[in-house]
Design a protein around this ligand. Structure first.
Ligand code: AMP
Length: 634
């Protein structure tokens, strides 16, 4: 591991030198004056004075050499469509959408909320924002109206871009109807909404003056060109909201230059994606993986990117492997959950297609269990690389880096710290470094490398207080994950230190779900915990206390109330946050100071030893939890 170790060491010891070299991977309109400015810790400014543009690096830069190469391949098994765009065509589409946005009054620095399904137009929208220096905030389609409204009020967009609907398993999901609902709740709604009509909602109402039909608007901008706006490297490129321990989602803000460089470097050193090849990332543009590895990174690298709308098992469980065969993809990126779903299907699907183009499969977003890692490695016969990162970092923290050196894969481990990350395992008690095999907090010594979040949108203090204040004596970024490093230097991630759970690779704050449950008028309070799930990794489980015990007196009444509570979560948060079960109890286990003991509830729900119980105020609360978990009355 000498080559990797030497590169990593250099990236930490000579940050400016290392990143100045990586910066050459992208186009700069104006050269960088200072690689790193770190005068106001923990706020880092990378490539100060340099001017660039994400859209230019993703599209325009490639026109000379690869105008007729496919840039984007959109495949929908929901509407049975397939459309390919060359770099030249993508350039034209993005220019047109940029002109449309300009005509609707969007200026540099304005926010644009993109609430769209996985269609090519969503990709155009993101790149068009980048082109004109508008800040996009993509909101995942699974979120409910009130979650969308909260994001609208925080980002205060000038424009929203949406579609009439999306589709899942052939069933339409009405996006525009949900946007209408969110705009009723929002205090700071945008003046205009641009709607791409796919014909999925024939009854879609349009609001005069506010709603603009995409096709009509596009018709008046055929052939339009809009020059890229050159942005100082540290200008914001986008906001992506993510859950934490509080009910209010945080707007993760990213820059332009640092992000472009980090992504370009990752394509070379980690993903090994070459210009002219195809990358297939199965995520959604609503998540960070979609931002980085469906849209920006593969295009910056001059690859063809696949945007897939559909599930992995329809029309059958061979669909993803068919896409690999048809596109000759060399790099695939997915999530452990999806692989666990496919593991349950007929293994013949994997044999049916020619997968010889594939060099690596990368998996991230949640722990990759050993049996799944083993199974997919055997089936594909290529290195399957478990790598670890967060919305906040935008690109991998821990990974094997086959572009630097082919290190042996260890099942259950996302390998080693990636160059640029000064990773530390610190004891929770006093921030001292942990020994080999000692469980500790995974932390990053600031400055964070290029591409990582630069602040919380509109709230610098929250950035510092949330991420850099776990240890009173040390200004260090906490990932809020536990980890260990073995004697060979391999890292293992052991779960979160906070009340955040991970459902099918999606991060959910238990607080957010609790707030949604508490919105039901019959509920006094509740606790939501994550419990292990064979497919999804974790699932939320709710324990709710009714205001009136009579509402849970019989199994029938409990069932009725559970249905109502689940509907409330769907409405407040979206189906993504729906608990597997809502159990009803008359009291929750709490400390004497009134803190709900979620870790004890989670241990009981998973059949583990709950550990020290001396802090519980009323032990009867535990008996109730045990009863309801067995299906008995509390
Ligand atoms: P998100 O920002 O939603 O992608 O969630 C990031 C969190 O997912 C991390 O803090 C980890 O808890 C978890 N995570 C991501 N990748 C991995 C991985 N490879 N192994 C274990 N946990 C992971």
């Amino acid at each position: 591991m000498q080559t990797y170790a030497a590169l990593h060491r250099r990236s930490i010891q000579d940050k400016a030198g290392f990143w100045a070299e990586q910066a050459q991977l992208i186009h700069w309109h104006k050269p960088v004056q200072q690689v790193l400015e770190y005068t106001n810790p923990p706020f880092a400014r990378w490539f100060v004075g340099g001017e660039t543009n994400l859209c230019y690096n993703a599209i325009d830069r490639h026109l000379a050499a690869r105008a007729d190469q496919r840039a984007l391949l959109y495949i929908s098994t929901e509407t049975n469509e397939e459309r390919a765009y060359t770099y030249r065509e993508l350039h034209a589409e993005v220019n047109r959408v940029a002109a449309m946005m300009r005509s609707l009054g969007v200026q540099q620095g304005d926010r644009v909320i993109i609430y769209m399904p996985m269609i090519a137009e969503a990709c155009f929208a993101m790149l068009a924002c980048a082109r004109i220096g508008a800040i996009h905030s993509v909101v995942f389609g699974g979120f409910a109206a009130s979650s969308l409204a909260a994001r609208i009020d925080d980002a205060r967009p000038t424009l929203m871009m949406t579609a009439d609907g999306g589709s899942r398993m052939g069933k339409p999901i009405l996006y525009k109807a949900l946007v209408d609902e969110a705009l009723q709740i929002a205090k700071h709604p945008p003046a205009q909404v641009l709607i791409f009509n796919r014909g999925l909602d024939p009854a879609m109402p349009m609001t005069a003056k506010r709603d603009v039909d995409w096709a009509q608007c596009a018709a008046s901008h055929v052939g339009a060109t809009v020059p890229c706006v050159w942005l100082e490297s540290n200008a914001p490129s986008y906001i992506l909201y993510t859950s934490g321990t509080t009910g209010k989602p945080k707007g993760v803000q990213r820059d332009v230059g640092g992000y472009a460089v980090a992504l370009a470097a990752s394509m070379k050193h980690i993903y090994c994606g070459q210009a002219g090849e195809t990358m297939f990332t199965t995520s959604d543009i609503g998540w960070v993986v979609g931002h980085s590895y469906i849209i920006y990174a593969p295009l910056i690298a001059g690859m063809t990117t696949v945007m897939y709308e559909g599930v992995p098992t329809r029309p059958d469980a061979g669909i993803w492997w068919k896409i690999i065969q048809d596109t000759k993809a060399t790099v695939m990126f997915s999530a452990p959950t999806a692989i666990r779903v496919l593991k349950k299907q007929d293994p013949a699907f994997l044999k049916k297609y020619d997968l010889s183009s594939l060099r690596h499969l990368f998996l991230a977003g949640e722990p990759l269990d050993e049996p799944t890692h083993q199974w997919i490695s055997d089936a594909l016969n290529v290195p399957v690389i478990d790598h670890y990162w967060q919305t906040e970092t935008g690109w991998p923290i821990l990974s094997a880096m086959p572009g630097i050196e082919a290190t042996p894969i260890r099942f259950g481990s996302p390998s080693f710290p990636v160059y640029g990350y000064d990773l530390k395992l610190l004891r929770e008690s006093d921030a001292t470094p942990a020994s080999a095999n000692e469980k500790a907090v995974v932390a990053i010594e600031p400055p964070l490398p290029p591409g990582c979040m630069t602040t919380v949108w509109g709230d610098d203090a929250r950035f510092v207080n949330t991420y850099f204040s776990m240890f009173s004596k040390k200004l260090v970024y906490s990932t809020f994950d536990w980890g260990i490093r073995d004697a060979q230097g391999y890292y293992f991630i052991l779960g979160r230190t906070d009340d955040v759970i991970n459902v099918a690779g999606h991060r959910l704050g238990t607080r957010e779900i609790e707030e949604a449950v508490n919105m039901h008028s019959a509920i006094a309070e509740c606790a939501v915990v994550g419990v292990a799930d064979v497919i999804k990794g974790q699932m939320p489980l709710a324990f709710a206390v009714p205001k009136d015990a009579a509402r849970i007196a019989t199994p029938e009444l409990r069932q009725t109330l559970e249905k109502e509570v689940l509907a409330m979560v769907d409405q407040q948060l979206g189906a993504i946050g729906r608990p597997r079960t809502v159990h009803f109890v008359n009291l929750l286990p709490k400390t004497r100071s009134g803190k709900t003991l979620r870790r004890i509830i989670a241990a009981l729900a998973e059949g583990r030893d709950p550990g020290d119980l001396t802090t519980i105020e009323d032990p009867n609360s535990l008996v109730q939890i045990q009863h309801v978990l067995k299906g008995l009355a509390p």
